[in-house]
Design a protein around this ligand. Structure first.
Ligand SMILES: [Zn+2]
Length: 292
């Protein structure tokens, strides 16, 4: 592994190298928040005009909050929670590109092996890293960049309650991670993904404010809960086509008794499958900016 620290690279997509752009975008409520605010005002006015209706208006407010909760948990790729990328741009699709993405690393055992496998097949990928782990393994984070992949923002500490954070706490997780990753690797992440993919209705403005794009997935393998490669490969390969974004994990991996982690059994077969389909795995930054 190289001990050379790459020189800071200016992002070529208009992203700032610090977490707070000079010109902050205007705060815009996501669709689910807009409808919720309208409903709250409507119920308040209705209750003021006719106080006897309070059980009904309170019921509507409770139902509203339950529907938002259901959207967060059941429909993580919903456009109602803000814009999010679930496929690569059309130009990347026409070039026959797909995007492998790895969450929750870098891991000192698994990530180097993932990097070696990607090298064997000439594949490039995006690593959605937890900033705490980047700080713990700075050389590994720099090695990801050095091998032609991108390191993206997956929060500072991967808190499980992230989807229920308020706007200030969301911004703190995103901005702290952005600064830590940029300082360590010399390259600013261009994309963000929430822990477990659960998005708060307040998240989209915080992501936009940090100069990031939200990246979801087309298909995911659920490799952190599988104990064998087969079901993961089935989920990833069924209908696999150009433009797909695939979600895997190089951190928090499953390691059945005495065996190697499931991801290391999945990845060679997946890369072989991509090769047979003549699909090229590139980083999200390459796919979206056509950087070669
Ligand atoms: Zn994660």
């Amino acid at each position: 592994m190289s001990s050379n620290t790459p020189a800071p690279v200016a992002p070529d997509n208009g992203l700032q190298t610090t977490a707070k752009p000079a010109l902050l975008p205007q705060w815009r409520a996501t669709p689910v928040l807009q409808w919720s605010m309208i409903l709250h005002v409507f119920c308040a006015v209705l209750t003021a005009l006719n106080p006897a209706l309070w059980p009904w208006t309170l019921g509507m407010i409770i139902l509203n909050h339950l529907l938002i909760l259901a959207t967060i948990l059941i429909w993580p790729r919903s456009p109602l929670l803000g814009s999010n990328m679930v496929r690569l741009p059309k130009a990347a699709t026409l070039r026959g590109e797909v995007a492998l993405t790895f969450d929750d690393g870098p891991d000192p055992i698994v990530t180097p092996l993932v990097l070696d496998l990607l090298d064997q097949y000439g594949a490039r990928a995006s690593f959605f890293c937890i900033a705490d782990k980047v700080i713990a393994h700075p050389e590994l984070a720099r090695e990801i960049i050095r091998r032609g992949h991108s390191v993206e923002n997956h929060t500072n500490s991967h808190p499980h309650g992230f989807a229920f954070f308020g706007p200030g706490a969301l911004r703190h997780e995103i901005d702290t991670a952005q600064i830590a990753i940029c300082t360590t690797t010399g390259v600013a992440p261009g994309f963000f993904r929430a822990p477990m993919g659960f998005r708060s209705p307040f998240l989209a403005p915080a992501v936009e404010r940090a100069g990031l794009r939200y990246a979801n997935w087309t298909r995911r393998g659920y490799d952190t809960s599988a104990t064998s490669a087969e079901p993961v490969l089935q989920r990833l390969q069924r209908g696999l086509a150009a433009g797909d974004i695939l979600l895997l994990h190089d951190g928090r991996t499953v390691q059945p008794h005495g065996e190697s982690p499931v991801i290391l059994k999945v990845l060679p077969r997946l890369l072989e499958h991509l090769k047979s389909l003549n699909l090229k795995s590139v980083s999200l930054q390459t796919a979206c900016n056509h950087v070669t």
